[in-house]
Design a protein around this ligand. Structure first.
Ligand code: FES
Length: 495
């Protein structure tokens, strides 16, 4: 079969591929995402053709025209390699989240592995169990992104016949990450612990996700899963076992369970809250007596979905905005020209525009124009602002309803932790300004990747502790609360 070379700019990578290889098959391995699952509607898989020829089908041309993309652009999800080409990739490598939390531990024997299996990003750390030190870290995009960016797309793809493939590629990706770490450190693993949301758990463990596709969105199959390396087709040994930790309920997974352990929420007398602004926006409030939690529809906007120039916190994204001498000043990840805006800067933009009276209390652009220029070519449209209002109202309403459920006031919460992919870029004052979190800024703490921190703590923690947390945790269906609509609509306003 004829072979071609694909040169990826600016990664400096050259790939040899067979004739007619779909670009989606090779690019996703390099971290290129396919947010709409290859439907040609989002335009976020676009690549610029620098050299060579890449045919455009009539269908792709229609999509390119609709997206306003001119001659040198192609949609990777629609393109096949038929000759030597050089492509400029619009998306860049995801940032590795920092681990900033120290925790006390009882030393154990050997080495353990903690994995945060995120919808978007996979992060794994090799831990020396004698001293809790991190020996190696690997991070990559979840290769399932080719089946869609959000959980609903993944569930749909799984039900449409890709379940086995999705299980195989995620097992293989994590196995490869671990093998790479074991190449650098030839050690015997005692245990591997994975955490992730319920959909990621079910897919990794080769369980049926279809119960999560329709009302009542319930499956009883979310307990701890114990697996072995043979069934996972991993080529290294794990002396004890591979454990995927239990979910609290549908759409509130073991990543949140890990977050509870990481924040120590379950140990405190006073009430503490945790909000994860990842792909799925989860909220927890609780103390050592009782914990309530819920998932909201807030996540996608903060991850760049449904925002016209939205993107995740990767190179080229505006990560923060400040007002300096009456002008907006942008900080861009990677110090490159701004290509789009990520969740933290979206919050900044709305807070600043509201402060300088460019936005009204209903979120309307006061000038009456359809958009506002932020910096360079990056604009925020009226629709983007309305999407933000939906997301911030989901968080604010969720917090209010969970507090009511515990019969407490929001002011009874002593501390609120924010976790999530862009958490480290957040300007807390601006979060408060938008009304997304109705607590004083000094009570709000950014905590990075609480899922990974918790997964590492599980390496040193008796399973009984997680069983106790599960016993005192209740999953709340926010929409079922008869006040939900009123509260939700109310929280959309900028007061
Ligand atoms: S246009 Fe959305 S993945 Fe290609």
């Amino acid at each position: 079969m004829k072979k071609h070379t694909i040169s990826l700019h600016p990664l400096g990578k050259e790939l040899r591929v067979n004739d007619q290889t779909p670009l989606i098959d090779v690019l996703h391995e390099f971290g290129v995402e396919f947010p709409c699952g290859g439907k040609g509607t989002c335009g976020k898989c676009k690549v610029r053709l620098l050299e060579g020829d890449l045919e455009i089908s009539a269908e792709q041309q229609t999509k390119l025209d609709l997206l306003g993309l001119t001659t040198d652009w192609r949609l990777a999800c629609y393109s096949m390699c038929t000759g030597d080409i050089t492509l400029e990739i619009e998306q860049f490598k995801h940032l590795i989240l920092a681990d900033e939390t120290e925790f006390s531990f009882t030393p154990a024997f050997g080495y353990g592995l903690a994995v945060d299996l995120g919808t978007t990003t996979l992060v794994a750390q090799l831990i020396d169990l004698t001293n809790a030190q991190v020996m190696a870290v690997e991070s990559m995009l979840n290769p399932q992104v080719r089946f869609g960016a959000d959980l609903i797309s993944r569930i749909q793809a799984s039900m449409d016949g890709s379940a086995a493939e999705m299980t195989q590629i995620i097992r293989s990706a994590i196995g490869t990450m671990i093998s790479q770490m074991l190449k650098k450190h030839e050690v015997q693993l005692e245990e591997v612990i994975l955490v992730g949301n319920a959909v990621m758990q079910l897919i990794f463990c080769a369980c049926d996700v279809s119960p999560l596709s329709a009302y009542p969105f319930h499956t009883s199959n979310l307990g701890i899963k114990i697996l072995n390396t043979t069934e996972l087709n991993w080529k290294f040994q794990v002396r004890d076992s591979v454990k995927f930790y239990p979910s609290i309920g549908s759409f509130v997974g073991s990543d949140i369970l890990a977050g509870i352990v990481a924040t120590g929420l379950h140990l405190k007398e006073e009430y503490t809250a945790l909000i994860d602004l990842g792909t799925n926006g989860e909220i927890v409030i609780g103390n050592r007596e009782r914990i309530v939690c819920a998932s909201t529809a807030a996540g996608p906007a903060f991850e760049g979905a449904n925002i016209s120039m939205g993107m995740r916190a990767v190179t080229g994204a505006i990560s923060s905005l400040n007002q300096v001498n009456g002008e907006l000043e942008a900080t861009v990840i990677g110090n490159t020209p701004a290509k789009g805006i990520c969740g933290s800067a979206l919050i900044d933009a709305v807070a600043i525009l509201r402060k300088i009276d460019k936005l009204g209390m209903f979120g309307e652009i006061n000038s009456g124009e359809g958009d506002i220029l932020l910096t360079g070519k990056v604009r925020l449209t009226q629709k983007d602002i309305n999407e933000f209002q939906l997301a911030k109202a989901a968080i604010a309403a969720g917090l209010t309803i969970l507090a009511k459920n515990l019969s407490i006031e929001l002011s009874d919460i002593s501390k609120l932790y924010i976790a999530g992919g862009f958490g480290n870029y957040l300007n807390i004052e601006n979060v408060v300004e938008t009304g997304m979190i109705e607590l004083p800024a000094e009570k709000i703490v950014k905590m990075g990747n609480t899922a990974l921190i918790g997964a590492k703590m599980f390496l040193f923690t008796d399973l009984k502790i997680t069983e106790e947390i599960l016993k005192k945790s209740t999953l709340i269906n926010l929409e079922a609360n008869h006040d939900f609509q009123d509260i939700y609509v109310d929280k959309m306003l900028f007061l």
